[in-house]
Write a protein that binds this ligand. Structure first.
Ligand code: NAP
Length: 304
């Protein structure tokens, strides 16, 4: 028998299906049962076969599961928790993968029955693709997963969830939820906002045609388009649910942008050079930590 016996995954998109693939690869469950609100996704997931069974409702998916993971958009977590709460097994761990932690804790927390361990989590791994076909077993390999246990959380349960994410291939950090939301606001949420904005601006420019934008995209634009292709539902929910931290870092970002704007206007080459030199070091550090490829063109082949 594995640590959790049966694992239930609610939401069978990119992250849910990847967890199922990786749990199977790592022999982490006796049985993986999935559920998705969409009948179409359930049918596709069953055909792909990454779960041992796809349930017809959330309640039967979670019944007798030792670990239940919510892999739905952040804004849906509260409603799902409410629905499954009466069916959770005493002693089970309830977790999630939401990109925002404070809001999920506020939405899910009130529904968690006594005797169930609620331990929020967030894998810092993903792609711009969504849906059950997008998942793959190695998504979490060498990436970080952040657990944000609440004060007074059961230490043994936290350790068990940590071991599970390590079994999926991740490195694991434990963090305070509000600090998580601030860190992710600058490392993930703001970059997505900037990418959505620059791609939108390019699309709306009157004096440069869309054909030119696409043809000359290798000049830098292309790297923003990958991020700006990310799932609209997921990202709408991220910004609605991490408003404070995003506004905080957006304020700083606008101030720094104004400094660069002034340096360009004043022809202050030294300021620009110093700034660009400082930022280069960050990329070097990311590569050294194994979180990105140093290969030319980000390791992409020439067709991609
Ligand atoms: P996804 O591929 O769109 O999958 C989400 C799935 O959940 C969809 O099939 C969706 O069905 C289903 N769903 C929506 N509401 C539901 C409900 N009430 N009950 C059951 N299923 C429901 O999204 P994802 O990328 O896997 O993201 C899932 C979660 O992971 C989000 O909270 C996101 O913040 C987090 N996350 C994402 C990434 C990433 O890079 N994508 C990385 C880390 C964490 P419909 O399509 O029919 O709505």
């Amino acid at each position: 028998m594995t640590a959790f016996g049966k694992i239930a995954i609610i939401g069978l998109g990119l992250i849910g299906s990847s967890i199922a693939h990786a749990a199977r690869r790592g022999l982490l469950a006796d049985e993986v049962v999935g559920f998705d609100a969409s009948a179409d996704v359930r049918t596709r997931a069953a055909a792909l076969g990454f779960c041992d069974a796809v349930a017809e409702d959330a309640a039967s998916a979670v019944t007798d599961a030792g670990l239940v993971i919510l892999c739905v958009p952040v804004g849906a977590c509260g409603a799902v928790a409410k629905e499954i709460a009466p069916h959770l097994k005493p002693g089970a761990i309830l977790s999630d993968v939401g990109s925002v932690k404070g809001a999920v804790i506020g939405d899910v927390g009130p529904h968690v029955p006594d005797g169930v361990h609620f331990i929020p989590a967030h894998p810092i791994a993903g792609t711009e693709f969504s849906g059950p076909e997008a998942g793959f077993a190695s998504l979490f390999d060498g990436r970080w997963a952040i657990l944000t246990p609440l004060p007074g959380a059961d230490a043994a349960a936290v350790e068990r969830l940590k071991a599970f994410w390590q079994g999926l291939g991740s490195n694991v950090d434990v963090m305070d939820p509000s600090h998580h939301d601030l860190v992710l606001a600058i490392t993930s949420h703001l970059p997505h906002l900037i990418a959505y904005n620059i791609v939108g601006t390019a699309h709306d420019l009157e004096k440069v045609t869309e054909g030119e934008v696409i043809k000359y995209s290798a000049g830098g634009f292309r790297d923003f388009t990958r991020i700006a292709a990310s799932d609209p539902t997921m990202w709408r929910d991220v910004f609605l649910n991490n408003r404070e931290a995003v506004m905080d870092v957006l304020g700083r970002f606008n101030e720094d942008l104004a400094v660069l704007q002034r340096a360009i206007r004043d022809g202050d080459g030294d300021k620009l050079f110093d700034f660009f030199t400082r930022t280069r070091a960050i990329r070097r550090a990311i590569i050294e930590l194994g979180q990105e490829s140093a290969a030319p063109n980000f390791g992409r082949d020439s067709k991609s």
